[in-house]
Design a protein around this ligand. Structure first.
Ligand code: MN
Length: 133
């Protein structure tokens, strides 16, 4: 058993996030065959990820606040605490807070067996897309 020290919160880097986002690493890569990764991600109002997709998919679990999520060519959907969002492998999407609310979610995804990138990042979400009704 390992009791792991609390790690400092990490600021979400600018190319991958818009606005103020901090995340806490809950589960980082462990020895094979484990590939589990879990972060608790905190979005300030108006903050969101850039467009991206996950090689092995991703599960989000909203724990606080009110958030938004959108798949490419899909509607912007409001998400609330207790809801789970699953994005399948390769589906482009973004997630974040609403313009007026904080939002925290657990992000759960897996590394790839071959060490290839887990997440492919694209362009930032425009104000037009973010505010689309
Ligand atoms: Mn994602």
């Amino acid at each position: 058993m390992q009791i792991e020290p609390k790690q400092s919160s990490v600021k979400g880097p600018a190319p991958m996030f818009t606005g103020d986002v901090y995340y806490d690493v809950i589960a980082a890569p462990k020895p094979e065959p484990s590939r589990m990764r879990v972060n608790s991600v905190h979005f300030c109002p108006g903050a969101r990820t850039a467009w991206h997709c996950h090689a092995v998919g991703q599960t989000l679990y909203v724990t606080e606040g009110v958030g938004l999520v959108q798949a490419r060519d899909g509607d912007v959907i409001e998400i609330r605490p207790g809801q789970t969002v699953y994005t399948p492998p390769g589906e482009w999407h973004w997630h974040g807070a609403t313009p007026t609310d904080f939002m925290t979610h657990l992000a759960m995804w897996e590394a790839q067996e071959n060490g290839e990138p887990e997440t492919t990042w694209g362009e930032q979400v425009t104000e037009t897309d973010y505010h689309r009704p």
